[in-house]
Design a protein around this ligand. Structure first.
Ligand code: ATP
Length: 584
């Protein structure tokens, strides 16, 4: 009690002394009102009176009057709320130090509930991020694997601006740190790597760590984007930065005064962005897109993206950008560069152990891989490794054997195995009690020929038109029925469709699209033999920066017209590879 007596005079007088500062700076009053009401320091009527005041400053004045009228205990509780809900009252933390505030035991005994819109929003962001990132969606879409059950570190090599090695990152934790920063003015951490090397999964892991508060960062907001989503917008579409953040991530529900966005504008360093797949933006000459410098201005989402990356918008926010190797990005934007190099032999071993619980199976797979250096080489790329290990498991389930049909495994074999896995699922929707199935491989393919040919036709059309995303009509036109969609060749991307138009889909991986396109070329009996190699003429093998195969451009640069759209596209090279090697 003595302590409380001691604290009484200061809190009341502190509020009088610092009234001006409180009135001018206190913005988030909802949380204060909620807690004062819950503890009985004010009544409903008081709250209504406060809320009727026209301006924020008037509202704060009213609250101060009320608590000072109620006495010292109310004044201390008022300060205690600011102390406890530090996220929302971040501006006041230096002030609390200045007044040397330490809560009394009586204050500590009182409950403070954080009802602040910013804190609630942050909590929801973490919750949704955790939900969205806890599982790796299997390609078949029937099973999802917990990220923590399958995630394996990959080799992350740090590079300087001349692409010289600066060593390897020891853990993902270090990605956001200052180590190996070669351009302190740049704001974007650039992660590059080949198809399937694990760029998206790396971001997913980063997001998941943040959602569990296991990532060392001050960021309390995390917004994730797939760059492909930005291509869904028409070139005339314009949206605000606020909408880009909230509509396509998580919407702040209880925020009538727009406090969350205001906070983000005031403290951009509290924001972390990930942008996945910069190479998938359907626009030429990206770096000459006009930048946006005002957060109020509406612009095309790609303009907003570029402005964020350059630090013209939300300067000081952290950005991690991924792209396929060879994608051109201006050096001035890049803060540090990381090249993903896939699984090392040790990583591969860990990954195999995660895939196969039984020691006997692990040993068999390792022996098979050791005996086949080509196959083992493929497995350094996590995507191929997943396919290969899935194929092993599939063969085991089907034939009680882990032996692959040929000692020499080609890409074509792997993709055929992948197709077989997907097709065989369609053939036997109900889980069979018998392990062995009577259907042989050729029967699986014969039974699945119609949908496989239809998927191949769709893929080829996409390739010819330079498209990765398909509408429901395009899918139907190719002869695909609704039940075919559950096989797992296609996955929906409709959550990104802003206008609520019918669902859109993409093939589960661009390499599968290449393979299927090649399959369509080979399958077409009417076509002249030469047409099988049609993409050869459009594809250069020189290692030039990747260029996007789309004619869409909002800025109409003359430079962009110099390149033919199909030049140097890796996916076309895969198609060539498949078409020329195929001996179906
Ligand atoms: N670190 C990892 N641990 C476990 N599995 C992984 C890892 N990285 C990738 N994979 C597997 O490889 C698949 C492809 O990975 P991911 O989509 O991240 O590749 P990517 O580099 O983003 O490819 P793209 O450039 O084609 O978009 C994943 O679905 C997953 O099965």
């Amino acid at each position: 009690m003595g302590q409380m007596e001691e604290a009484k005079a200061p809190c009341l007088s502190i509020l009088t002394h610092h009234r001006e500062l409180l009135v001018s700076r206190l913005r988030s009053i909802q949380c204060i009102l909620d807690n004062l009401l819950a503890c009985g320091f004010v009544c409903e009527e008081d709250v209504e009176i406060v809320q009727r005041s026209a301006t924020k400053t008037d509202q704060v004045r009213k609250i101060l009057e009320l608590v000072q009228c109620k006495g010292e205990e109310a004044c201390e509780y008022f300060i205690y709320i600011i102390y406890k809900v530090c996220d929302a009252y971040i501006d006041f933390q230096p002030w609390l130090k200045e007044i040397n505030y330490t809560p009394s035991s009586d204050a500590r005994a009182m409950v403070v509930v954080n009802t602040d819109p910013i804190s609630r929003y942050c909590e929801r962001l973490r919750h949704e991020m955790s939900r969205d990132t806890s599982f790796i969606l299997s390609y078949g879409q029937r099973e999802e694997t917990r990220l923590e059950d399958l995630y394996t570190d990959t080799q992350m090599e740090l590079l300087n601006d001349r692409n010289e090695s600066l060593g390897f990152l020891e853990s993902l934790e270090q990605l956001l740190g200052d180590h190996a920063v070669f351009n302190p003015q740049g704001e974007t951490i650039y992660v590059m790597g080949d198809a399937g090397v694990g760029k998206s999964i790396l971001l997913q892991k980063l997001q998941n760590l943040w959602s569990k508060k296991e990532l060392q960062t001050d960021a309390i907001f995390f917004f994730k984007f797939r760059c492909r989503m930005l291509s869904v917008f028409k070139d005339t579409d314009q949206i605000s930065l606020r909408d880009l953040l909230f509509k396509y991530n998580c919407y702040p529900d209880h925020d009538p005064d727009n406090e969350v966005f205001d906070y983000i504008l005031r403290f951009p360093e509290k924001v972390l962005f990930t942008f996945d797949g910069y190479d998938e933006i359907q626009m030429h000459d990206l770096m000459n897109v006009p930048e946006v410098v005002s957060p109020e201005v509406k612009a095309h989402p790609v303009q907003l993206l570029i402005s964020l990356l350059c630090g013209k918008l939300l300067k000081g926010s952290q950005k991690v950008l991924t792209a396929r190797t060879g994608t051109e990005i201006q050096s001035r934007v890049i803060r540090k560069k990381v090249a993903l190099r896939g699984f090392s032999p040790a990583h591969l071993k860990t990954y195999i152990d995660l895939h196969f619980k039984e020691q006997e199976h692990r040993a068999l797979v390792s022996v098979q891989l050791d005996a086949s250096p080509h196959l083992c080489g493929l497995c350094s790329t996590p995507l191929f490794c997943w396919i290969v290990l899935k194929s092993f498991r599939h063969l085991h389930t089907m034939h009680d054997s882990f032996h692959l049909p040929e000692t020499c495994i080609t890409f074509t074999d792997i993709f055929l195995l992948l197709s077989e896995v997907l097709l065989s699922r369609a053939g036997s929707p109900a889980p069979s009690l018998l392990k062995k199935t009577t259907r042989c491989v050729s029967e699986t393919f014969k039974a699945g020929l119609r949908p496989l040919a239809a998927f191949a036709k769709l893929a080829l059309q996409g390739m010819e038109r330079g498209r990765f995303i398909y509408s429901q009509e395009e899918i139907t036109e190719c002869g695909l029925a609704e039940e075919d969609l559950t096989m797992g060749f296609l996955r929906p991307v409709s959550e990104y469709d802003a206008s609520g138009s019918p669902a859109t889909f993409e093939l589960l991986h661009i390499i599968l699209q290449s393979f299927l396109a090649a399959f369509a070329l080979v399958l077409d009996e009417q076509a002249a033999a030469g047409s099988i190699l049609k993409f050869f003429t459009e594809c250069s093998r020189k290692s030039e920066p990747a260029c996007r195969p789309f004619g869409f451009c909002i800025c109409g640069s003359s430079k962009s017209n110099e390149k033919t759209p199909f030049e140097t596209n890796e996916h076309l090279q895969f198609t060539n590879l498949q078409a020329s090697c195929s001996d179906y």
